[in-house]
Each structure stands twice: as C-alpha cells, then as structure tokens.
Design a protein around this ligand. Structure first.
Ligand SMILES: [Zn+2]
Length: 1001
C-alpha cells in the first residue's frame, strides 16, 4: 500500500512530542531522551507489516523487508557550525573542533617528550576549554534560544558541570609547584600507555622479534622509547587518547589525587563515575589510564604500604576477560618495566597482574598451573591466557617448579612460592624468571602475571582482574595460619597474617574498583552482587574511612541512579552527557559526509545495516535456515564471479577478494536460549545443507567447482555459548579468528604432502555470551532469531558485526510474540532511536526474597574477614565466645544496613524505597536467627565431631567426624541444618538445580 501526494509536506509526524516538566519543575529522563532524538520524525506504523516513508514527506508505504542503517560514531569532536572541508579521500566532512590535538597524544604528554610541564598544562586546558566552547556554541544556537530554551539549558547545564570539574581538576591537581608530583605521575601514566600501545601494535606486525635480532638493539630502556616512533596507526597521526578517554581521566583526577578543598574526599567516597559510550568506543583505554595513574600514585605516596592490590577490575562474563586481560597485561608489563628502571620511586615490589576467574578457566592450585605450563612448553593445548610473549611476540615458557627461596628474605620474597612465566628471547625484558644478576640486565625479569589462585593469595597482584562470580570465594578462602597464606583471600584487601618481610600492618586496601558492563548486573545476579558488594565495599574501606573510587561503564543510561545506589551505595555521574542532539555530544559524533562545502544533502555514514524479516506461514526455524542458505549462496556467487574474472587462478594478486571472503565467510546465528541452540544445531548438516542445495541450484547454473565447495558439505560449524568450558571457549574463539585464506581453500601441497582444503567455521551458533567484549573483525553477518529480552542486549549482540567494515544484521521476528511484532511494525523508528529504547534496569537486593537467598554469602564473608572466625575449624568457637562479644558482632553487622538506609534517604522516593524500614528489620532479624541456628547446630554436636565452615571431610581414616555450617548448593533437603547459611562457591550458581532423590527402586 502506498500513499503519496504532490503537495509539499503533506505528511505530519504521528509522534510529535510535547516536552513538559514534571511536578518538581524539571524535565525528567524520558522527556530529555525524547528531546535529543527530536530530529527524527516518524510518519507511520505498520500493522502486520512494517512501514517506510521518504525524506521529503510526500510518501508513506507498507514494507515487508524493512531496513535501516545505524550511523557510525566518530570519536573526534567536530564543529557542526562550520563549512565542510575535504578529507584525504576528497569527501566533504565537518572540520575538527580542536585543530591541534597534541594534548591527546600519549607520547607528547609522556616523560619521553621534551615538552615542558607548563606546555602540558596549557595543552590540557586548551583541550578542556574546547568542550566549554562547544557548550557555549550550543547555548547560542537560535533553536535553543527560543522554543526549546528551558529544556536545552537544563541539559547543557549538566555538560557545564563536567566541564567545570575537569577544568578545576587540571588547575588544582596538576598545575603549579605544589602539584609537581601529581603531574609527574600523570606524565608517567602516559609513558606507560605509550609503551603498551607501541608493543601491542608492533608485536601484531611482527616487528619486535626482528628488532631484537638486530645487533644494535640493546634493551627496552628509557632511550629506546624516547626514540620510538609514535605514528602507530597512520603516517600523519600520533597515537593518543580519544577525546572522551582523556576527558574521563581528567574528570576522575579528583578520585585519585585528594583535592585540598574536599576534606571528606566526597568525590572518591560518594560518587561512581559511570561511562557510557557506544560499543567499540574504547572504554578499556580509559580504564587502563586510570588504573596506571592509581598504581603510580599509590606506590609513590604510600611507599611499602602502597604495595598489594591497588586496583580491582571486574567483569561479568568470563569470555571477555581473556581478551581484555591480555590488554591489561601489556599495561602492567609497561609499569613493571618502568619500576625496574628504578628512577621513579615505584618501590621494590613487582607490579603484577592476577587473573582470578571461575569456571575452571585457570587452575586454582599452583601444582596444576605447573601442569599447564608443561603443556605450554610441549606445545599442547593449555589454559595459559597467552600464546606468545605480549612484549616481543617470542615464545613463552613456564617454569616447572615453584620457586623455593625463603619468603622472609627481603631480597627474594617477591619470587618465592611462585612459578614463573618467561619469554624465551634473552634480549626481551621479560625473559628472566628471577634475579640472576650476572647474566641479566637490571631491568629484566619474569612476565609479571599471577595465574593460580594460590599465587594470587600469596602475592596479591597490583591489578586483580576477575569475574564477578569468583568473588564468592571470599567467603570460603580464609586462613589465618602461617602456612595457609596461599589460601587466605583477606590478603587481597591488605589484611591477614603477613611475612616478616612485608609491612607488619599489611597493605592499604585497594584504591580503585572498576566494574565493567554494569547493565549486565540485573535479575538474580544483580541482587546477589548488590548484597555481596556491600561486603567488598566495607573490606576496601581504610581505617580512616576512605572508601575505594568506583568507576563503571554501562550500555544503558536509563535510571542509572537506582542501579548505582543499589549496587554501590553511592551517587552517580554519567559521562559523557548526551547534550541536546543525539548526533553530537562533542565526544561522540554521527559520522556524515556532504556533497559540497555548504553541507547540502547531509547524509549519515553507516557500516551496519539492519533488515527485518517476518516469517508468515512458515516457522521461524525454517526462515532462519533459508536465510543461512541465501547468505551462503551469495557467497558462492561472489566467489564464482571473482574466479571467472581472474582465471587462471592466481590468488596472490587479489587481496581485496581475500578480505571480502574473509569478512563475509562466517555467519553468526544468535539465539536467546540454549534450547533453541540445540534445536538448530541438530539441523545444520541436514536442513541448512538441503536448503543450500535447493537455493544454489535455483540461482547458479551448475558449476562444478562451486557446487563441490558449497553444497556437498559438511558445513563448518562452531559454537560460542555459555555451555562451553573456559578452555573450549578459548579454542572455539581461536578457530573463528582464523583468517579465510585462499591458499588453504583448495587441496594443496605442503612439505611434499597433500593437505585437504580448509576454511574457518562458516556457521557459528551463539548466545548472549558473545555480546560483550568479543571483537572479531571477521564477524560481519549475523542472524538474530527473535528480539533478545531487552534492547541493550540487542544493541550489544548486533554490534558484534561491522567492527571494521560493512556488516549485515538480519532479524527474524517471531510472529506470535507481541514484542517482536511491535519492533517489526515500527522498524525504522526503533532503529533510528535505538538507544532511547533501552529499558531501565531494576534490582531489588534488600527485599525479603533476596535477603533469604543471598544474605548467607554476605554474612559469611563479613564474619570470616572481620572477626575471629577466620579458620575453617573455628566455626566451633561460637560456643566459647561471650554473649557480649557476640552481640557486639551482630550489632556491628546490622548497623551497616541502618546507616545505609540513612544515606539512601537523600535520594528521591523510588530509590529511597530500595531499603525500607521493614527491610532493615527483616535483615536484622535474619542475621540474629542465623547466629542462633549456628549456635544450635554447634550445641547439638557431640564431643567427637568438629564443626567447620566448609569442605567437611569424613573419610574412612578420619579420626574425628566433621559437620559443616555452610550449606552446599546441591545438598539434599533432608541434610540441611540451617537454611540461612547457603554460601555458594560462585555467584553464578545462585539458583539450586532440582535434586531428585530416589529412595528405592
Ligand atoms: Zn618477549
């Protein structure tokens, strides 16, 4: 159906919004979100179909395969008010807001440049002021002077606050004689950022190994980096910060350096700075910068006590951690190398990174780590998160035994009870396991990683890198014995029983916590984490009351205050502010090109196209199979054309073809549940192949070579879902990352042997596991089977494609699901304003149900970390403890929640309701009863039985019987003494599975 008219603008938008204030006299979030998308008007909604309209408002029509392209985000601030200029490709684009971006360059800002401190300050202030100027320009815009003045000014005022904060931070924390140390730390942080990036890029290009072979190469010392080229990505541009990354760091200086006028250090203790940026924007670099600055400042300021864990970086999904861990490792290696240069006062303790993950991704015990190292040395499959030296690309080797130096010897203490991982290239800075002064240069040592839980507890790493679920271990791994130090998680917070060689009072607790992907902490996991986070927050609080700085990132900007208050008990500052137009927040800009300098025919540039499909009269599975078959046939047509044009076959000459084949060879099929994965998986080799043959024969005339390649099968499949183990994930990821290679396409001869042709997986079934952090440039086609549960997930999953080049997202809508239909019927509107459709997240950690389920974990952690009940066997001591002491323990534990309630009363009603008076009463009652149940359990035991917290042992040759307090999640109902002490080993296993007990057959 089509409606058109010759009149000008005969169509009116159906959704013209009326922006009005709420009862408190401000424009609320829903209204301002609508406002920034005001430029997109919508003219139709389909019914049982979709709709589209043309730009000149003369035509609307129904559409069955609606499509929409989402604009690319340009991280460079550009000036909308100026005329367009031509870029190197001869295209008209908008000029950059800041002509000179020197102050964003790593090397220019670093210690390796000859730029004076004054110049650095000037550069930073100019950078910050350009944001101020942008705000002024927007305020001056005629549109925001009249009709929309109030709402625009309300939003721009928020930008203004960030601007003022950055400016003040530079002026009061970096500038001037008093702040010389701070500025030195800031510049050193940039040095580390430059070094890690240099190695990351050069190792990928295989240049570093060659450099080491050169006779003139001496070592990776200060002068090496001073000379090193910083044009890492293009000949004309020095590598540096994106504007939002540098701005975010400047914004957070007040959480790392204590401002003089902020006596209670409110900026650190009371605020979470939350970064929101479209996927692929580079949040990781911003985190890494803040981590480096925290580590440098802590070591310099607190000397020995500033050792131990300085920063915790936490992810919600395990897959992410491997890729991100490698990037963070490079930064830690840079900092460790700088420390070894011995000029900056970073102390004697190595700067290290520890990978603390669940799901058996890594061994818990050091002896098992040695087994993994042996596999690594023998080139077998292993769990080690690196395959090569991150610093030079050379081979790596693991030592086969634990270092046995005396831990109390000051000189060797850092090396003892570790197994070292080292680079096998003698010239590399990370090639020596430990001190062997004769052969080793001063700045050489092992790769500073801690890869088993035991090593992590024994030598708490400077950066603790882990998954949320692993933190449940805190309730289990506590040990006060001298020889149990490698089982004592209190050490991660600076507490515990320290060796003579370490500071007697231990270390300061961690200074910085980074929680990535906040929006994934929802539902039961969110509630579990929220309660548990209360324990982490208290354990990270210094004696003087200083709390850790918390940084987080999110994919949704809706209702974030509620989530932050529930999770972290703090206020939130979102960055960057969206401003007044969705296509220009200064820090993020919709990429666009023009036909001429006067900017006519404004057009957004896009790499990602979404196409909606609604199966009618056919099942969704059938539709999915057919789509896969069509995609594969298109691949065949493309390949056929290329081969015909360029015969005889000479692959070397057409690299563009190879890239195209590589980029569009693999199709991801995304599912919302594992059940659907199973259904499809069983049909890949039958139905998809059958469909492929059918479509192929219909559109391609019999062509023997293509026929044999495409329709004989089997289809190369792969899987990226939550049911794989950590090691399987690593292997699958490796196989999907393999490049399509024309040489291997056909059978070929290698070392005088004929090798069968091979291609990377072409059909990958996946679930939401791929939604975070996977960055594979080869992924450029995805079939989404129904809309995911929420819009954030849809954005994240579909953003896996078109990372580097054009990508296609096909959504097979479900005809019987209202949500799917609604998205299909307003397909264009939904995709134009996708981010505004992201649903707010709600978590309710303090409700009765949540408390009953997750409070046990919180309570167990607090008791074992902060009271005398440290050892596993000390559970029996509940009987010897005086009533007085017990009630003081209980009141301290419950006080926390009363205090928290008072803090929440500063917020509006909705947030205030997170923890109601009745919830506090319930929590108090619950804690009291938990202690009573514990006492009762103990009293009922006879003298020959011990009471332990966890891991009870009742072997045949056991002298004494053991009973345990914690309830294992899979324990039979009948064996449970106390429902209160359910303390899972992982936050992921929070829902017990149904247990069937068969009494007799
Ligand atoms: Zn190396």
């Amino acid at each position: 159906m089509k409606l058109s008219s010759d009149l000008n603008e005969f169509l009116l938008p159906y959704s013209d919004y009326n922006y009005s204030k709420n009862e408190s006299g401000v424009y609320n979030e829903d209204t301002t979100t609508q406002f920034i998308y005001d430029q997109f008007k919508d003219y139709a909604i389909g019914h049982g179909c979709s709709a589209k309209w043309d730009g000149v408002k003369k035509k609307v029509e129904t559409e069955y395969l609606p499509e929409c392209e989402t604009p690319d985000i340009d991280p460079i601030p550009r000036d909308k008010n100026k005329s367009a200029v031509t870029n190197q490709d001869g295209v008209f684009i908008l000029p950059m807001f800041l002509e000179n971006s020197q102050a964003q360059e790593f090397k220019w800002l670093s210690d390796f440049s000859d730029v004076t401190d004054n110049n650095v300050i000037e550069g930073l202030l100019t950078f910050v002021d350009s944001y101020g100027q942008w705000i002024e320009n927007k305020k001056g815009n005629i549109k925001y002077q009249s009709e929309f003045k109030e709402i625009a000014h309300q939003e721009l005022e928020k930008c203004e606050q960030d601007y003022q904060r950055m400016k003040e931070n530079v002026e009061t924390l970096l500038k001037g004689e008093n702040n010389k140390d701070n500025l030195a730390s800031f510049r050193l942080m940039n040095s580390a950022m430059f070094m890690q990036l240099w190695h990351s890029v050069k190792v990928k290009q295989n240049e570093v190994i060659l450099m080491l072979e050169n006779k003139d190469f001496n070592s990776f010392d200060f002068n090496f980096y001073k000379e090193a080229d910083d044009k890492l990505f293009s000949q004309s541009e020095s590598a540096g910060w994106r504007a939002f990354q540098l701005a975010f760091i400047l914004l957070n200086l007040d959480g790392i350096f204590k401002p003089e006028n902020d006596e209670n250090w409110e900026r650190r203790n009371e605020w979470v700075d939350l970064v929101w940026f479209p996927t692929g924007g580079g949040k990781t670099e911003a985190y890494l910068g803040l981590i480096a600055l925290t580590i440098i400042n802590r070591r310099k300021l607190h000397k020995e006590e500033g050792g131990g864990v300085a920063s915790i970086m936490r992810y919600t999904l395990r897959l992410l951690t491997m890729q991100q861990f490698q990037r963070a490792s490079l930064l830690i290696m840079a900092l460790e190398l700088i420390r070894r240069w011995n000029q900056y006062g970073l102390g004697n303790e190595p700067i290290t990174i520890g990978l603390w993950v669940g799901d058996n991704s890594l061994p818990n015990k050091t002896e098992d780590l040695i087994t993994e190292f042996e596999k690594l040395n023998n080139k077998q499959h292993n769990k080690i998160p690196f395959s090569n030296c991150p610093w030079c690309g050379g081979n790596i080797e693991g030592e086969d035994k634990e270092d046995s130096e005396n831990l109390n010897n000051r000189k060797n203490q850092w090396y003892s009870k570790r197994v070292h991982l080292k680079c096998s290239n003698d010239k590399c800075s990370f090639s020596y396991p430990k001190r062997r002064a004769r052969v080793r240069q001063n700045d050489q040592g092992a790769i500073p990683v801690c890869l088993s839980d035991e090593i992590i507890y024994q030598h708490p790493p400077t950066l603790l890198f882990g998954t949320v679920d692993k933190f449940a271990q805190l309730a289990h791994k506590v040990n006060g014995n001298e020889n149990g130090r490698n089982k004592d998680s209190r050490r991660l917070f600076g507490n515990g029983n320290w060796e003579q060689s370490k500071p007697q009072n231990g270390y300061l607790p961690p200074d910085l916590i980074i929680q990535d992907e906040l929006h994934l902490l929802l539902g039961p996991l969110g509630s579990a984490v929220a309660l548990f986070e209360s324990a982490v927050d208290q354990l990270c609080t210094r004696e003087d009351g200083t709390r850790p700085k918390i940084i987080s990132s999110t994919a949704t900007t809706r209702n974030t205050q509620l989530q932050i208050a529930a999770l972290f008990d703090r206020k939130v500052n979102l960055f960057p502010k969206p401003g007044v137009e969705c296509d220009d927040s200064f820090f993020a800009f919709y990429r666009r090109s023009f036909k001429n300098p006067e900017k006519e025919n404004d057009e957004y540039l896009s790499k990602r196209k979404y196409i909606g499909v609604l199966p009618t009269g056919r099942t969704q599975i059938w539709m999915q199979m057919r789509l896969a078959a069509i995609i594969m046939t298109h691949r065949a047509i493309f390949e056929l054309q290329e081969l015909q044009d360029k015969s005889p076959i000479d692959f070397d000459v057409y690299s563009n073809f190879e890239k195209a084949m590589d980029y569009y060879h693999t199709t991801i099929s995304y599912f919302n549940s594992l059940k659907e994965v199973g259904k499809t998986q069983s049909q890949i080799q039958t139905y998809i192949l059958k469909e492929l043959r059918r479509v192929f024969n219909r559109v391609i005339r019999p062509q023997k070579l293509m026929h044999s390649l495409y329709t004989y099968g089997p289809i190369q499949e792969s899987e990226l879902t939550g049911r794989l183990s950590g090691e399987e994930v690593k292997n699958e990821l490796k196989s999907v990352e393999t490049k399509w290679n024309s040489i291997n396409r056909f059978a070929n001869i290698e070392n005088d042997e004929t090798v069968r042709g091979s291609v990377p997986p072409e059909f990958v079934v996946a679930t939401n596991m791929i939604s975070v952090g996977i960055d594979v440039s080869r992924f450029n086609t995805i079939i989404m089977n129904s809309m995911p549960r929420n819009t954030a997930e849809y954005i994240q999953a579909s953003s896996r494609v078109a990372r580097n080049d054009y990508g296609l997202v096909l959504i097979v809508h479900h005809p019987f699901r209202a949500r799917d239909m609604s998205h299909y019927e307003k397909f264009i509107e939904f995709h134009e304003k996708m981010y505004s459709y992201v649903e707010p997240i709600s978590i309710t950690p303090f409700t009765k149900k949540s408390v009953e389920r997750y409070m046990g974990l919180y309570l167990a952690t607090m008791i074992r970390h902060t009271t005398r009940f440290t050892d596993r066997e000390s559970a029996r001591n509940i009987s010897t403890i005086s009533n007085e002491e017990l009630s003081s323990i209980i009141s301290e534990l419950t006080e926390y929640f009363s205090d928290r309630k008072i803090r929440l009363s500063n917020f509006d009603k909705l947030i205030n309701n997170l923890l109601k008076e009745e919830n506090v009463t319930q929590i108090k009652q619950w804690i009291k009863e938990a202690f009573e149940e514990w006492k009762e359990l103990e009293e009922n035991l006879d003298d020959s039985t011990d009471l332990v917290f966890n891991r009870k042992k009742n072997g045949t040759n056991q002298a004494r019987k053991q009973e345990q307090l914690y309830v294992d999640i899979e324990e039979y109902e009948g064996n449970i003494h106390s429902k209160k002490w359910q303390v899972p080993m992982s936050l992921r296993v929070i829902e017990p599975e149904a247990a069937i007990k068969i009494n007799s057959i």
